[in-house]
Design a protein around this ligand. Structure first.
Ligand code: PMP
Length: 364
Protein backbone atom coordinates (compact mmCIF):
# COMPACT_ATOMS: atom_id res chain seq x y z
CA UNK A 1 0.00 0.00 0.00
CA UNK A 2 1.42 3.40 -0.96
CA UNK A 3 1.40 6.15 1.68
CA UNK A 4 -1.38 8.78 1.58
CA UNK A 5 -0.62 12.19 0.12
CA UNK A 6 0.45 14.39 3.08
CA UNK A 7 -1.81 17.33 3.89
CA UNK A 8 -0.52 20.81 3.06
CA UNK A 9 -1.17 24.07 4.88
CA UNK A 10 -4.93 24.59 4.46
CA UNK A 11 -4.54 28.08 2.98
CA UNK A 12 -2.12 26.73 0.38
CA UNK A 13 -4.30 23.72 -0.40
CA UNK A 14 -7.20 26.12 -1.03
CA UNK A 15 -5.40 28.62 -3.29
CA UNK A 16 -5.01 28.78 -7.07
CA UNK A 17 -1.79 29.48 -8.96
CA UNK A 18 -1.18 32.62 -11.02
CA UNK A 19 -2.13 32.16 -14.67
CA UNK A 20 0.60 33.68 -16.85
CA UNK A 21 0.00 34.86 -20.41
CA UNK A 22 0.37 32.20 -23.07
CA UNK A 23 3.89 31.59 -24.42
CA UNK A 24 3.14 29.91 -27.76
CA UNK A 25 5.56 27.30 -29.04
CA UNK A 26 6.89 27.39 -32.58
CA UNK A 27 7.60 30.43 -34.73
CA UNK A 28 5.48 32.73 -36.79
CA UNK A 29 3.48 34.35 -34.01
CA UNK A 30 2.89 38.06 -33.66
CA UNK A 31 3.07 37.98 -29.89
CA UNK A 32 1.30 40.99 -28.37
CA UNK A 33 -0.01 39.34 -25.18
CA UNK A 34 2.52 39.70 -22.35
CA UNK A 35 3.88 43.25 -22.70
CA UNK A 36 7.39 42.11 -23.54
CA UNK A 37 9.69 44.55 -25.31
CA UNK A 38 9.86 43.92 -29.08
CA UNK A 39 13.45 45.23 -29.25
CA UNK A 40 16.61 43.52 -28.00
CA UNK A 41 18.21 44.50 -24.68
CA UNK A 42 21.22 46.80 -24.43
CA UNK A 43 24.37 45.37 -26.05
CA UNK A 44 26.13 46.38 -22.85
CA UNK A 45 24.00 43.85 -20.95
CA UNK A 46 25.11 41.08 -23.32
CA UNK A 47 28.73 42.20 -23.00
CA UNK A 48 28.45 42.08 -19.19
CA UNK A 49 27.21 38.49 -19.40
CA UNK A 50 30.07 37.55 -21.74
CA UNK A 51 32.57 39.12 -19.36
CA UNK A 52 31.10 37.24 -16.41
CA UNK A 53 31.64 33.99 -18.32
CA UNK A 54 35.36 34.39 -19.18
CA UNK A 55 37.84 31.64 -18.27
CA UNK A 56 35.27 29.01 -19.17
CA UNK A 57 32.78 30.33 -16.68
CA UNK A 58 35.12 30.10 -13.68
CA UNK A 59 33.11 32.75 -11.82
CA UNK A 60 30.02 30.56 -11.92
CA UNK A 61 31.67 28.32 -9.31
CA UNK A 62 31.29 31.12 -6.81
CA UNK A 63 28.13 32.40 -5.19
CA UNK A 64 27.06 35.84 -6.42
CA UNK A 65 26.83 39.00 -4.35
CA UNK A 66 24.18 38.08 -1.72
CA UNK A 67 22.50 41.48 -1.88
CA UNK A 68 23.06 42.07 -5.63
CA UNK A 69 25.45 44.98 -5.11
CA UNK A 70 26.15 45.61 -8.83
CA UNK A 71 22.44 45.98 -9.58
CA UNK A 72 21.66 47.98 -6.44
CA UNK A 73 24.43 50.45 -7.20
CA UNK A 74 23.32 50.84 -10.84
CA UNK A 75 19.71 51.41 -9.74
CA UNK A 76 20.94 54.01 -7.26
CA UNK A 77 22.84 55.83 -10.05
CA UNK A 78 19.86 55.57 -12.37
CA UNK A 79 17.36 57.07 -9.92
CA UNK A 80 19.72 59.23 -7.86
CA UNK A 81 18.73 57.15 -4.83
CA UNK A 82 20.62 55.79 -1.82
CA UNK A 83 21.97 52.31 -2.77
CA UNK A 84 21.48 51.16 0.84
CA UNK A 85 17.75 51.64 0.30
CA UNK A 86 17.55 49.60 -2.92
CA UNK A 87 16.57 45.92 -2.64
CA UNK A 88 17.00 43.69 -5.71
CA UNK A 89 14.64 40.89 -6.66
CA UNK A 90 14.46 37.95 -9.05
CA UNK A 91 12.02 39.93 -11.19
CA UNK A 92 9.81 42.50 -9.52
CA UNK A 93 7.43 39.60 -8.76
CA UNK A 94 10.03 38.48 -6.20
CA UNK A 95 9.96 41.96 -4.64
CA UNK A 96 6.14 41.94 -4.48
CA UNK A 97 6.32 38.58 -2.73
CA UNK A 98 8.91 39.86 -0.22
CA UNK A 99 6.72 42.87 0.56
CA UNK A 100 3.73 40.62 1.23
CA UNK A 101 5.84 38.24 3.33
CA UNK A 102 7.07 41.14 5.44
CA UNK A 103 3.84 43.14 5.76
CA UNK A 104 0.84 40.82 5.27
CA UNK A 105 -0.52 37.62 6.76
CA UNK A 106 -3.48 36.41 8.80
CA UNK A 107 -5.26 39.52 10.12
CA UNK A 108 -3.04 41.79 8.00
CA UNK A 109 -4.80 42.20 4.65
CA UNK A 110 -3.31 43.06 1.26
CA UNK A 111 -5.01 45.95 -0.55
CA UNK A 112 -5.04 46.50 -4.28
CA UNK A 113 -6.76 48.53 -6.95
CA UNK A 114 -9.48 46.73 -8.87
CA UNK A 115 -8.67 45.95 -11.59
CA UNK A 116 -4.91 45.57 -11.34
CA UNK A 117 -2.22 42.88 -11.35
CA UNK A 118 -3.69 39.43 -10.68
CA UNK A 119 -0.50 38.16 -9.04
CA UNK A 120 -1.10 40.14 -5.80
CA UNK A 121 -4.03 37.92 -4.65
CA UNK A 122 -1.98 34.80 -5.34
CA UNK A 123 0.93 36.04 -3.24
CA UNK A 124 -1.51 37.13 -0.51
CA UNK A 125 -3.19 33.71 -0.48
CA UNK A 126 0.19 32.01 -0.07
CA UNK A 127 0.69 33.98 3.17
CA UNK A 128 -2.86 33.42 4.41
CA UNK A 129 -3.67 37.11 3.97
CA UNK A 130 -7.08 38.47 2.99
CA UNK A 131 -7.31 40.71 -0.11
CA UNK A 132 -9.20 44.00 -0.12
CA UNK A 133 -10.03 45.47 -3.52
CA UNK A 134 -10.56 49.21 -3.93
CA UNK A 135 -12.34 49.97 -7.20
CA UNK A 136 -11.05 52.26 -9.93
CA UNK A 137 -13.99 54.45 -11.02
CA UNK A 138 -15.42 54.31 -14.53
CA UNK A 139 -13.67 57.61 -15.29
CA UNK A 140 -10.36 55.97 -14.23
CA UNK A 141 -9.95 57.98 -11.04
CA UNK A 142 -9.09 56.61 -7.61
CA UNK A 143 -10.35 57.75 -4.23
CA UNK A 144 -7.51 58.28 -1.70
CA UNK A 145 -10.01 58.27 1.19
CA UNK A 146 -11.32 54.83 0.15
CA UNK A 147 -7.77 53.47 0.13
CA UNK A 148 -7.07 55.16 3.48
CA UNK A 149 -9.95 53.39 5.22
CA UNK A 150 -9.75 50.01 3.43
CA UNK A 151 -7.99 48.34 6.35
CA UNK A 152 -5.04 46.86 4.42
CA UNK A 153 -1.59 46.60 6.01
CA UNK A 154 0.07 46.97 2.61
CA UNK A 155 -1.56 48.46 -0.50
CA UNK A 156 -0.46 47.90 -4.10
CA UNK A 157 -1.08 50.86 -6.39
CA UNK A 158 -0.19 49.80 -9.92
CA UNK A 159 0.88 52.91 -11.80
CA UNK A 160 0.55 52.98 -14.78
CA UNK A 161 -2.32 50.63 -14.15
CA UNK A 162 -2.28 47.21 -15.74
CA UNK A 163 -4.46 46.11 -17.45
CA UNK A 164 -6.27 49.46 -17.93
CA UNK A 165 -3.20 51.30 -19.20
CA UNK A 166 -4.11 54.60 -17.54
CA UNK A 167 -1.84 56.39 -15.08
CA UNK A 168 -2.42 58.40 -11.91
CA UNK A 169 -0.45 61.58 -11.32
CA UNK A 170 2.28 61.68 -8.67
CA UNK A 171 0.14 64.31 -6.89
CA UNK A 172 -2.74 61.84 -6.51
CA UNK A 173 -0.37 59.09 -5.34
CA UNK A 174 1.12 61.53 -2.80
CA UNK A 175 -2.39 62.19 -1.52
CA UNK A 176 -2.89 58.44 -1.04
CA UNK A 177 0.46 58.14 0.76
CA UNK A 178 -0.45 60.98 3.10
CA UNK A 179 -3.71 59.38 4.25
CA UNK A 180 -3.08 55.62 4.01
CA UNK A 181 -1.88 54.31 7.39
CA UNK A 182 -0.05 51.22 6.06
CA UNK A 183 2.76 50.63 3.56
CA UNK A 184 1.99 52.00 0.08
CA UNK A 185 3.68 50.11 -2.75
CA UNK A 186 3.66 51.89 -6.10
CA UNK A 187 4.19 49.16 -8.69
CA UNK A 188 5.95 51.03 -11.50
CA UNK A 189 6.52 48.10 -13.85
CA UNK A 190 5.45 50.32 -16.78
CA UNK A 191 6.58 53.76 -15.55
CA UNK A 192 9.38 54.16 -18.11
CA UNK A 193 6.74 54.50 -20.82
CA UNK A 194 4.74 57.12 -18.88
CA UNK A 195 5.22 60.85 -18.26
CA UNK A 196 6.17 60.88 -14.58
CA UNK A 197 6.98 58.55 -11.70
CA UNK A 198 6.79 58.39 -7.90
CA UNK A 199 10.47 57.86 -7.10
CA UNK A 200 10.53 61.20 -5.25
CA UNK A 201 7.81 59.89 -2.92
CA UNK A 202 9.92 56.83 -2.05
CA UNK A 203 12.86 59.16 -1.45
CA UNK A 204 10.89 61.39 0.95
CA UNK A 205 8.18 59.44 2.70
CA UNK A 206 8.58 56.67 5.31
CA UNK A 207 5.63 54.63 4.02
CA UNK A 208 6.19 54.53 0.22
CA UNK A 209 8.01 51.85 -1.78
CA UNK A 210 8.43 52.03 -5.56
CA UNK A 211 8.98 48.74 -7.41
CA UNK A 212 10.61 48.54 -10.83
CA UNK A 213 11.25 45.74 -13.30
CA UNK A 214 13.95 45.10 -15.90
CA UNK A 215 11.41 43.06 -17.91
CA UNK A 216 9.63 45.79 -19.86
CA UNK A 217 11.51 48.97 -20.83
CA UNK A 218 14.89 47.21 -20.45
CA UNK A 219 13.84 44.15 -22.49
CA UNK A 220 15.18 41.60 -19.99
CA UNK A 221 12.05 39.60 -19.07
CA UNK A 222 13.96 36.36 -19.66
CA UNK A 223 16.66 37.29 -17.16
CA UNK A 224 14.42 37.98 -14.11
CA UNK A 225 15.53 41.15 -12.39
CA UNK A 226 13.71 43.94 -10.60
CA UNK A 227 14.19 46.12 -7.56
CA UNK A 228 12.49 48.21 -4.90
CA UNK A 229 13.30 51.77 -3.88
CA UNK A 230 12.47 51.79 -0.16
CA UNK A 231 12.61 53.65 3.11
CA UNK A 232 15.62 52.32 5.09
CA UNK A 233 13.47 50.41 7.59
CA UNK A 234 11.58 48.63 4.81
CA UNK A 235 14.81 47.66 3.04
CA UNK A 236 16.11 46.10 6.25
CA UNK A 237 12.96 43.98 6.58
CA UNK A 238 13.01 42.82 2.96
CA UNK A 239 16.62 41.69 3.36
CA UNK A 240 15.51 39.48 6.27
CA UNK A 241 12.89 37.61 4.27
CA UNK A 242 14.55 37.32 0.85
CA UNK A 243 16.42 34.24 -0.35
CA UNK A 244 20.07 34.55 0.57
CA UNK A 245 21.18 34.69 -3.09
CA UNK A 246 17.98 35.76 -4.80
CA UNK A 247 19.60 36.96 -8.05
CA UNK A 248 22.14 34.99 -10.01
CA UNK A 249 25.49 36.44 -11.03
CA UNK A 250 24.57 36.95 -14.70
CA UNK A 251 21.29 38.73 -13.92
CA UNK A 252 23.03 41.09 -11.51
CA UNK A 253 25.68 42.30 -13.94
CA UNK A 254 23.46 42.34 -17.03
CA UNK A 255 20.71 44.32 -15.32
CA UNK A 256 23.29 46.77 -13.95
CA UNK A 257 24.78 47.28 -17.42
CA UNK A 258 21.32 47.79 -18.94
CA UNK A 259 20.51 50.48 -16.36
CA UNK A 260 23.78 52.25 -17.18
CA UNK A 261 22.92 52.32 -20.91
CA UNK A 262 20.47 55.20 -20.85
CA UNK A 263 20.94 55.91 -24.52
CA UNK A 264 19.53 52.52 -25.60
CA UNK A 265 16.68 52.90 -23.13
CA UNK A 266 15.77 56.31 -24.53
CA UNK A 267 15.91 55.14 -28.14
CA UNK A 268 13.79 52.02 -27.63
CA UNK A 269 11.28 53.60 -25.24
CA UNK A 270 10.91 56.54 -27.66
CA UNK A 271 10.19 54.13 -30.50
CA UNK A 272 7.66 52.15 -28.45
CA UNK A 273 5.82 55.32 -27.43
CA UNK A 274 5.65 56.49 -31.01
CA UNK A 275 4.33 53.11 -32.19
CA UNK A 276 1.83 53.18 -29.30
CA UNK A 277 0.49 56.53 -30.52
CA UNK A 278 0.13 55.17 -34.04
CA UNK A 279 -1.64 52.05 -32.76
CA UNK A 280 -4.07 54.16 -30.72
CA UNK A 281 -4.77 56.48 -33.66
CA UNK A 282 -5.27 53.50 -35.99
CA UNK A 283 -7.77 51.82 -33.67
CA UNK A 284 -9.67 55.04 -32.95
CA UNK A 285 -9.98 55.63 -36.67
CA UNK A 286 -11.68 52.22 -36.94
CA UNK A 287 -14.14 53.30 -34.25
CA UNK A 288 -12.68 51.24 -31.39
CA UNK A 289 -12.92 52.64 -27.87
CA UNK A 290 -9.32 53.03 -26.73
CA UNK A 291 -8.18 53.86 -23.19
CA UNK A 292 -5.49 56.49 -22.66
CA UNK A 293 -2.29 54.41 -22.59
CA UNK A 294 0.72 55.20 -20.39
CA UNK A 295 2.43 51.78 -20.58
CA UNK A 296 3.71 49.65 -23.47
CA UNK A 297 0.24 48.27 -24.14
CA UNK A 298 -3.17 49.51 -25.21
CA UNK A 299 -6.57 48.42 -23.87
CA UNK A 300 -9.20 48.79 -26.56
CA UNK A 301 -12.76 47.60 -27.11
CA UNK A 302 -13.37 46.15 -30.60
CA UNK A 303 -16.43 47.22 -32.57
CA UNK A 304 -17.40 46.76 -36.21
CA UNK A 305 -20.39 47.73 -38.32
CA UNK A 306 -22.11 44.48 -37.39
CA UNK A 307 -20.89 44.13 -33.77
CA UNK A 308 -21.25 46.46 -30.78
CA UNK A 309 -18.68 46.46 -27.97
CA UNK A 310 -19.38 43.45 -25.73
CA UNK A 311 -17.53 40.55 -24.10
CA UNK A 312 -18.69 38.37 -27.03
CA UNK A 313 -17.32 40.81 -29.59
CA UNK A 314 -13.98 40.93 -27.76
CA UNK A 315 -13.87 37.11 -27.68
CA UNK A 316 -14.75 36.92 -31.39
CA UNK A 317 -12.00 39.35 -32.35
CA UNK A 318 -9.50 37.58 -30.06
CA UNK A 319 -10.18 34.21 -31.73
CA UNK A 320 -10.09 35.73 -35.22
CA UNK A 321 -6.64 37.19 -34.51
CA UNK A 322 -5.40 34.01 -32.84
CA UNK A 323 -6.39 31.95 -35.89
CA UNK A 324 -4.05 34.27 -37.83
CA UNK A 325 -1.25 33.72 -35.29
CA UNK A 326 -1.68 37.12 -33.68
CA UNK A 327 -1.87 36.78 -29.92
CA UNK A 328 -3.34 39.49 -27.68
CA UNK A 329 -4.87 39.17 -24.19
CA UNK A 330 -8.39 39.20 -22.81
CA UNK A 331 -9.52 40.08 -19.28
CA UNK A 332 -13.11 38.83 -19.22
CA UNK A 333 -13.54 39.03 -15.44
CA UNK A 334 -13.96 42.76 -14.85
CA UNK A 335 -16.53 45.25 -16.12
CA UNK A 336 -13.80 47.77 -17.10
CA UNK A 337 -11.95 45.19 -19.21
CA UNK A 338 -14.47 42.55 -20.36
CA UNK A 339 -15.30 44.26 -23.66
CA UNK A 340 -11.67 44.91 -24.50
CA UNK A 341 -8.46 43.38 -25.76
CA UNK A 342 -5.07 44.28 -24.35
CA UNK A 343 -2.55 44.72 -27.12
CA UNK A 344 1.16 44.98 -26.29
CA UNK A 345 3.03 47.53 -28.40
CA UNK A 346 5.21 45.55 -30.81
CA UNK A 347 7.51 46.66 -33.63
CA UNK A 348 6.21 48.94 -36.36
CA UNK A 349 5.87 45.89 -38.61
CA UNK A 350 3.98 43.82 -36.02
CA UNK A 351 1.66 46.77 -35.51
CA UNK A 352 1.00 46.93 -39.27
CA UNK A 353 0.22 43.20 -39.34
CA UNK A 354 -2.12 43.61 -36.35
CA UNK A 355 -3.94 46.65 -37.79
CA UNK A 356 -4.31 44.94 -41.19
CA UNK A 357 -5.84 41.86 -39.54
CA UNK A 358 -8.20 44.06 -37.54
CA UNK A 359 -9.30 45.80 -40.74
CA UNK A 360 -10.19 42.38 -42.21
CA UNK A 361 -12.10 41.42 -39.03
CA UNK A 362 -14.06 44.69 -39.28
CA UNK A 363 -15.42 43.58 -42.65
CA UNK A 364 -16.59 40.20 -41.35
N1 PMP B 1 3.94 44.38 -11.93
C1 PMP B 1 3.09 44.44 -12.95
C2 PMP B 1 1.96 45.40 -12.87
C3 PMP B 1 3.26 43.61 -14.07
O1 PMP B 1 2.39 43.66 -15.08
C4 PMP B 1 4.36 42.72 -14.10
C5 PMP B 1 4.60 41.84 -15.30
N2 PMP B 1 3.68 40.84 -15.51
C6 PMP B 1 5.19 42.67 -12.99
C7 PMP B 1 4.98 43.53 -11.93
C8 PMP B 1 6.29 41.68 -12.85
O2 PMP B 1 7.37 41.85 -13.64
P1 PMP B 1 8.68 40.98 -13.46
O3 PMP B 1 8.46 39.95 -12.41
O4 PMP B 1 8.93 40.39 -14.81
O5 PMP B 1 9.73 41.97 -13.05
Amino acid sequence: MSPASPSANPHVAAMSAYVPGEQPQGGGWVKLNTNENPYPPSLRALEAIRLALVNEGAALRLYPSPDSSPLREAAARFHDFDAARVVAGNGSDDILNLLIRAYAGPGRPVGMLDPSYSLYPVLAAAQGAEVIRVPIADDFTIDPAAIARCGASVFFLTNPNAPLGVSFTPAVVRKVAEVFPGLLVVDEAYASFAEGDCVALARELPNVVVTRTMSKAHALAGLRAGYALCPAAVAALLHRVRDSYNLDRLAQVAAAAALDDREWLNITVGQIRSTRDRLIAGLRQLGWMVNPAAGNFVLAAPVSTSRAASPETAAHCFEFLKARKILVRRFPNHRLTEKSLRISVGTEQETDVFLAAVAVWMEG
